[in-house]
Design a protein around this ligand. Structure first.
Ligand code: MG
Length: 172
């Protein structure tokens, strides 16, 4: 059985992951409005991954005999002043999520919940990737600034991304 304070922290993180999906879905629409279909496709892959993160935590809480308590999801921004500004916001958000996961891990360790700490190892590793992949696009966009041809090529490249996992088959 999972302890009440660890359960509460997991529920808060489920909300964070669902907000991440919501934020990136908003970015999908922003990029579609800018006719940047590759950027939109990249973000949609991110939406699916965030839903998978939330699903993994829901499954885990249930497996541990905990109670999933879904709260209201915050309203994300709807627009950004440039593709670079959107990806800078995505990178900043992933840094925030990394801090949340670290806090959750610390709570699990403090509660002596080794099983939860081990479960969270996957998320700790995932956050290294999440920060790196958002930052890579930020850096590419900085290089492409003022060169429409480079933006066009980057859009083509980002459109090739496929989600690492699907909602229906959460990764172990
Ligand atoms: Mg996530």
């Amino acid at each position: 059985m999972i302890k009440a304070d660890v359960q509460k922290a997991f529920n808060a993180q489920i909300n964070e992951e669902l907000f991440s999906a919501y934020l990136y879905l908003s970015m999908v629409s922003y990029f579609e409005s800018q006719n940047l279909k590759g950027f939109a496709s990249w973000m949609r892959a991110q939406v699916i991954e965030e839903l998978t993160h939330a699903n993994k935590m829901v499954d885990y809480l249930n497996e541990r005999g905990g109670e999933v308590k879904l709260e209201a999801i915050g309203k994300p921004d709807a627009t950004w002043k440039s593709p670079l500004a959107a990806f800078e916001a995505a990178y900043k958000h992933e840094c925030h999520i990394s801090a949340c996961i670290n806090d959750l891990y610390a709570k699990a360790v403090k509660a002596g919940d080794n099983a939860a700490a081990l479960f969270l190892n996957w998320f700790i590793n995932e956050q290294v990737e999440e920060e790196a992949s958002a930052d890579e696009v930020v850096q590419n966009l900085k290089l492409a600034q003022g060169a429409p041809g480079a933006l066009f090529m980057l859009d083509r490249e980002l459109g090739t991304r496929v989600p690492a996992v699907s909602v229906n088959a959460p990764a172990e």
